[in-house]
Design a protein around this ligand. Structure first.
Ligand code: ADP
Ligand code: AMP
Ligand code: ZN
Length: 214
């Protein structure tokens, strides 16, 4: 299974990605997570990316394209992968297509999670994440069993610095301007599965599994 999950910030990509990679035993490749890891480790890439991410705008294409190219050729991707948060521009999608061509592989599906703009800001500002295992919670719609503690490993949860009302609004606009054209791009390739992301988490997972089983 070679999959992409796309959708606006706060749509539920990371939440659903966790369920999909568990079912299909494929790696979850989140460019956002990879960039945050680079920031944490103060790598050259992290230092360069941070300014863009703090503002809620996209990191330049050539930087993210490079990390994805390297990541999808690792051994654990031999049987597939799920890309989350990449591609985010038409240029990234074109370069991914070229890379997949070179590797002689094809995408199986592009899962498009659709959520109205007015729900997104609230979802993102109430998001909490675990630094250790990457689990995503929501203080309103998907709280951990114990306040602010990860169910999986007992680590304290934290709030992403770009999950403020202002930055999320910028990120939504960036999505509309630069990422949403990918919907038509992948529709034209016959790969798109439209998913109603306004439903509850288990319902959205069911819609995705149904689309992938077909
Ligand atoms: P993305 O990766 O698309 O930015 P996340 O998966 O991190 O989105 O989800 C954003 C927030 O919304 C998280 O706090 C998550 O727990 C919550 N969430 C995800 N899916 C749903 C849903 N279907 N209904 C309500 N809240 C959701
Ligand atoms: P995410 O974790 O997917 O919400 O991404 C957080 C931030 O990382 C985004 O707002 C961008 O600044 C940056 N980012 C993640 N993926 C990409 C990408 N494919 N292209 C450019 N920037 C990205
Ligand atoms: Zn955890």
């Amino acid at each position: 299974m070679r999959l992409i999950i796309i959708g606006p910030p706060g749509a539920g990509k990371g939440t659903q990605a966790a369920k999909i990679v568990e079912k299909y035993s494929i790696p979850h490749i989140s460019t956002g997570d990879m960039l945050r890891e680079n920031i944490k480790n103060s790598t050259e890439l992290g230092i360069e990316a941070q300014g863009y991410m703090d503002k809620g705008v996209l990191v330049p294409d050539h930087l993210v394209i490079k990390i994805v190219q390297e990541r999808i050729t690792r051994d654990d991707c031999a049987n597939g992968f799920l890309l989350d948060g990449f591609p985010r521009t038409v240029a990234q999608a074109v370069s991914l297509d070229a890379e997949l061509d070179k590797l002689g592989i094809k995408l199986d599906n592009v899962i498009n999670i659709d959520v109205d703009k007015d729900l997104l800001v609230n979802r993102a500002i109430s998001r909490r994440v675990c630094n250790k295992c990457g689990a995503t919670y929501n203080i309103i719609s998907n709280p951990p069993k114990e306040d602010n503690i990860c169910d999986n490993d007992g680590e304290p949860l934290y709030q992403r610095s770009d999950d403020t009302e202002e930055t999320v609004s910028t990120r939504i606009q960036v999505y509309l301007d630069q990422t949403s054209p990918l919907i038509d791009y992948y529709k034209a390739q016959g790969l798109l599965s439209d998913i109603d992301g306004t439903k509850d988490i288990t319902d959205v997972t069911e819609q995705i599994f149904k689309a992938l089983d077909n």
